[in-house]
Every structure is written in C-alpha cells, then in structure tokens.
Design a protein around this ligand. Structure first.
Ligand code: LLP
Length: 420
C-alpha cells in the first residue's frame, strides 16, 4: 500500500500504522474512522482554554453524536449541549448526568419541553412565545434564555446565528416583556446563552460577540451562568498550511473579559462555551473507494462511493475538505493533476471537490476526506436508499473498534408499510 499524499494524516499519526485498505475490507466502504487520541487532545485543549475557574465546556453534540464518541467526551470531563430529545437520550446513555446537559431549544413542541422537564434537564428558550409555553408547563421552574447580541459570524450565511437575519434567539428590545412573563409564571432565570455562528478563525469576532451578550447579562440580576456559544474554527486547508485558530491568545482575551465582567456584576458566575467542530472535526476522516475514472472533455472525474448522503458539507456550504489518496498497488502516480471528485448520488451537484490537484487518481484507489468528524455522519442520510457508513475508532492503544454498524437494507425497509 502506498500513501500518495498523506502529509496531513502522517503529521498527526492518524492511522497509527494501520493500513486503510484493511479497514475498508473489514468494515466496508465508505467508512468513518475516528482517532481517539486526537479527540481526547482536543477535549483537553478546550477545557484549558481559560484560567478563570468557574468555566465549563459543553460539547455541542450535533457535530457528532455517536454514542462511543460521547462516552469519550464524558470521560474527559466535559458537559454537553443538546438540540433535541434524541440528543438528550444518547447523552444520558453515554453517562452524562441530567445536570451536565443543557438543552438549547428552537421552536420545539410542548411534548419536547415536557421531555426536558421530566428528565430534570435545564433548557433555554429562544422566543417569548416559547417562554410563555414553558411557564404554563413548569410554573416556578428554572429556565435559561437565548439572546441575540446582534453580532453574527460564520463560514457561510447558512450558519450565522446572530444579527438581524436569523431565526434564533430573542432580540434584547423585548427584555421588558420577557421579564413580565418570567414574573407571571414565577420562573427563575438561571442563565442566558448565545451562539453567534459557526467557524471563526480569528478570536476577535468571538470576543466581540461575548462583549455583546455580557451587556445583555447586566440587565438581569443573579444569573448563575452565561453560555457564550461555540463556533471555534479548525483549519480545513491544512495541505495549504492554513494556520490554526490561536487558542492561547483567545483564552487570554476571554480571561480578561470575564474578570472585568465579574467585578462589575458583583458576583462570580460560571462561563460556558459550546464547541462542536473544534472538538470533533479533526479526529475523523472518511475512507471511500474510487469506483470509476472518466474524462468529459478535458475534465477528469474520480467517481467515488462518497456521495452527499455520506458527507453533506461540500454540497450544502461549498465546504473545502483536504483529500488524500492511498493505493494498494505499487503503480506510481506520475503527476499531480486537477480532478473533480464526485460521489454516486443521482444529482450533478454531488461533488466533493472541484478541480482539486491530486496525484493521478486511478480505479481502486482509496480516498480520504479529512476533518470529517464534525457534521459528517451526524448529517448523513439514506438519500437514494443508500446505506449510511459504519463508524470505527482507532483507540489509543492501536486497537480498532466498531462503534456504529453500517446501515442494512432492513434498517431502511422496516419502516415502510406495504399497500399489498
Ligand atoms: N451551540 C449552538 C446553539 C449551535 O447552534 C451550534 C452549531 C454550536 C453550539 C456548535 O457550533 P460549532 O462549535 O460546531 O461551530 N453544519 C454546519 C455547522 C452548523 C452549526 C450549527 N450550530 C457545518 O457543517 O459547517
């Protein structure tokens, strides 16, 4: 087996000496592969982001909610956020206690609110109408609320979640009405939260967002916590030496902002952050097989089994992922050349990378789509009645374990009810 361009995975010893072909032969192609050591490293890095003591990291499980993945995050001593009863359920299964889970809701049903209340899980509401509904269901209870500090950020307009154009959070101009509803139902507002958007590479936009929510926080007495949201970016273009987010500098800035705030607020409170991608993206990659190579005019296409049902990010947000090529035979790659890497879904838009310069890809090569641990499997689907891939972990000791089976046809068909 040859690795034709594996600078990125080699630099972090991703495969720990394991041959990628052996993995797909055993677990099928395409396949999600996670590295436990890298996941643990990222958890620890974020846990130590600041020196302010009352600090908590809620891993944002929407990025990757695989049970074993959450078990490792739990072992690392992080807390979690949840976006749905489904995420709450898998988090409880992974061993998180109700008090470690923060349910950040958006437009949820009464039934979903009851689910959180019955499980003693604190939730945040993000509109006056949902606050009113919550008050009726749980008068005298504890609640948090998501506010819009007006400053959004993100890698694509679809993932900017603050500012004027978003469906999320409560605009601070409604704080007087908000306080009335709190009083009417005798609720205790224990915390406020925000999330400005996903993937910033400069700490400054995050810190500006933090300052904005802290201004809002000053309008409420006796808060126990302020949750500042996630969005911490990772460098997807590592092959092009894209620099990392400067976590140390960001941590120092946050420490200063926290200290200044508590002096003015007159009470030490807990600050929380909610990173999803930063923790989960870089410990995961997808292995897939090149089933066909063809030319259309001067365009070379590498046709793989990694359709947008397997990874939606490139199609949904034009996202870039580094790509590596592995080859079973000894046939050398003669040159690097542009190739459009596509999947097997019946849509022209099913493109993972357009005109990417790669070694001369051949039938039977394996492709690695890097940094796919976040919003990869969690956004996969059965479109075209395709099977979602298995997920495996390379453990710290080099052992390989299956942590989610590949779908079977039965998984898809068992829900159908025949007319005959
Ligand atoms: N907190 C809240 C309330 C969120 O909505 C999100 C992400 C996070 C935390 C975590 O954000 P992160 O640290 O992962 O950036 N599917 C898109 C990203 C969508 C993010 C949705 N909300 C992507 O693949 O880029």
């Amino acid at each position: 087996m040859q690795k034709l361009n594996s600078k990125v995975t080699d630099s972090v010893d991703f495969f720990q000496g394991i041959n990628p072909y052996e993995l797909v032969e055993k677990y099928g192609s395409p396949l999600y592969v996670y590295n436990e050591r890298i996941l643990r490293e990222r958890c620890r890095e974020i846990k130590n982001l600041v020196s302010y003591p009352e600090f908590s990291v809620n891993y944002s499980a929407k990025a990757n909610s695989n049970l074993a993945f959450l078990e490792i995050v739990n072992e690392e001593g992080l807390n979690v956020d949840a976006m749905s009863p489904g995420e709450i359920s898998v988090e409880l299964k992974a061993g998180f206690k109700p008090e470690q889970i923060f349910y950040i809701s958006n437009n949820v049903s009464e039934e979903e609110m009851k689910f959180a209340i019955d499980h003693n899980i604190l939730m945040s509401v993000d509109s006056l109408s949902q606050l009113e509904q919550y008050g009726k269901l749980n008068p005298g209870g504890k609640i948090a609320a998501r506010f819009n500090g007006g400053i959004g950020a993100g890698h694509h307009e679809k993932v900017v979640t603050a500012g004027k154009k978003t469906k999320f959070a409560i605009n601070p101009e409604y704080i007087p009405e908000f306080k009335e509803i709190i009083k009417k139902y005798n609720l205790t507002l224990v915390g406020i939260n925000q999330h400005i958007g996903s993937l910033f590479m400069e700490g400054e936009s995050y810190v500006n967002g933090v300052k904005a929510i802290l201004e809002i926080a000053k309008r409420f007495d006796n808060l126990e916590f302020i949750d500042l949201g996630g969005g911490f970016g990772i460098p997807y273009e590592k092959s092009e030496e894209q620099p990392r987010l400067n976590i140390k500098e960001l941590g120092e800035k946050l420490d200063k902002v926290f200290d200044d705030f508590v002096k003015e607020y007159g009470k030490r409170i807990t600050f929380k952050v909610e990173p999803g991608r930063y923790i989960s993206a870089e410990c995961g990659l997808i292995l897939g097989t090149v089933n066909a190579v063809k030319y259309n005019g001067s365009n070379k296409f590498a046709g793989t089994d990694i359709g947008f049902n397997v990874i939606a990010r490139p199609v949904m947000y034009d996202s870039y992922h580094d790509i590596e090529v592995y080859r079973k035979s000894n046939i050398k790659s003669e040159k690097n050349e542009p190739v459009t890497v596509v999947g097997n879904i019946c849509e022209s838009g099913d493109i993972i990378a357009k005109d990417r310069v790669l070694p001369d890809v051949k039938e039977g090569d394996l492709i690695g789509i890097l940094d796919a641990g976040a919003y990869g499997h969690s956004m996969s689907s059965n479109y075209n009645n395709r099977l979602r891939p298995a997920e495996i972990f390379i453990r710290e000791n080099g052992e390989v374990v299956l942590t989610r089976e590949r779908d079977t046809f039965d998984d898809i068909f068992k829900k159908y009810i025949s007319l005959r």
